[in-house]
Design a protein around this ligand. Structure first.
Ligand SMILES: [Zn+2]
Length: 332
């Protein structure tokens, strides 16, 4: 080997080594830069739209909160609860969604349930922000239909200063529900942990009562063209579902028929300690599940994982929840 070719080879190989080192170094630097990116830990704004016939329905997230399944679910064994959660890849406490549903009929804007407002703390109270993110304003809401008067459904109708959150809306719920929760005397016969629920219900609807815009209804009546009340008592005395119908399409907004889908669709007998009448709640759950499954209704569920929109499929004695298929531009 002559000295020249040796030196040429040496310089070529040293250039190769240098290139390798630079490549490695830049790889390390790139990895270091990726690792330093802060984790964001938030979701997209919580609104999701579907069309129900000619009606536009927007599911609004109020947030999620840790649901203490071990202490709250009743009527089934701990073993059954553990088995059902494991089947759905869940562990207690499960994050429970709170969902509300905004229906734009084309002539009216109707909000079904309003979330917890400030009553559940920082986890929740996001309905208003998500309603705005969805392109609406609270003053556009014509009616608020409440499935019942528990904190996580009625709390969002007032602002932090106690004024109306929806200044042009009529607020409606069943007369039986209003008579129960708006009468503080009923605290005496209710479990102690529900005592503050009476106070919250009274305070939440107070500005609407004062303005003559709290209008309870009686029976399974049509409240607006295409929106009908269906009594499903048990969770609370006047617990009500709303059937939204447009064209050949139907949406059953069923409130608190199901709190933990993983358990209660396997065991419709499973109740929660918040049920005023567990037996009646169980009957209403079986009724609503059968109704939704047999008519293939789209269901809007207050506490099934957001957006809480899906269908119920019957499997003998048990049921499956089939979430809606994602659509980027519904109705277009
Ligand atoms: Zn609820």
């Amino acid at each position: 080997m002559n000295p020249r070719s040796w030196s040429e080879r040496f310089s070529r190989s040293s250039r190769l080594v240098a290139w390798c080192l630079m490549t490695l170094a830049s790889g390390f630097m790139a990895n270091a830069a990726y690792a330093a990116a802060p984790q964001v830990k938030t979701q997209a704004p919580g609104f999701y739209r579907v069309m129900v016939g000619d009606f536009e329905v927007t599911a609004l997230s109020d947030g999620t909160h840790p649901f203490p399944i071990d202490t709250v679910v009743e009527g089934v064994s701990k073993q059954e609860i553990g088995r059902d959660l494991t089947r759905d890849f869940l562990h207690a406490p499960v994050q429970g969604s709170i969902n509300a549903f905004l229906v734009n009929t084309g002539t009216k804007l109707i909000l079904i349930d309003s979330g917890a407002g400030v009553l559940y703390g920082k986890c929740c109270g996001q309905v208003l922000a998500n309603l705005r993110a969805a392109g609406y304003r609270p003053e556009q809401v014509d009616e608020v239909l409440l499935t019942h008067l528990h904190k996580d459904h009625v709390g969002g109708v007032i602002a932090t200063d106690g004024q109306m959150m929806f200044p042009n809306a009529v607020v409606r719920t069943s007369q039986i529900e209003a008579d129960y929760w708006l009468n503080a005397d009923n605290k005496k016969t209710a479990p102690a942990f529900l005592s503050t629920f009476f106070d919250s219900a009274i305070a939440s609807v107070a500005p609407y009562v004062a303005a003559g815009r709290f209008k309870p209804f009686s029976g399974d009546v049509e409240l607006e063209p295409g929106i009908r009340a269906i009594a499903v008592p048990g969770h609370t005395p006047g617990h009500t579902a709303y059937l939204v119908e447009s064209g050949a399409k139907d949406l059953l907004v069923w409130g608190d028929i199901v709190h933990v889908a993983a358990i209660q669709l396997q065991n419709p007998k499973a109740s929660v300690e918040y049920d005023t009448d567990a037996q009646a709640a169980q009957r209403s759950r079986r009724f609503a599940l059968k109704l939704a499954a047999s008519h293939q209704y789209l269901v809007g569920a207050a506490h099934i994982a957001y957006p809480g929109l899906g269908h119920i499929r019957q499997n003998g004695r048990t049921y499956d929840w089939v979430p809606v298929n994602y659509e980027a531009a519904p109705g277009r």
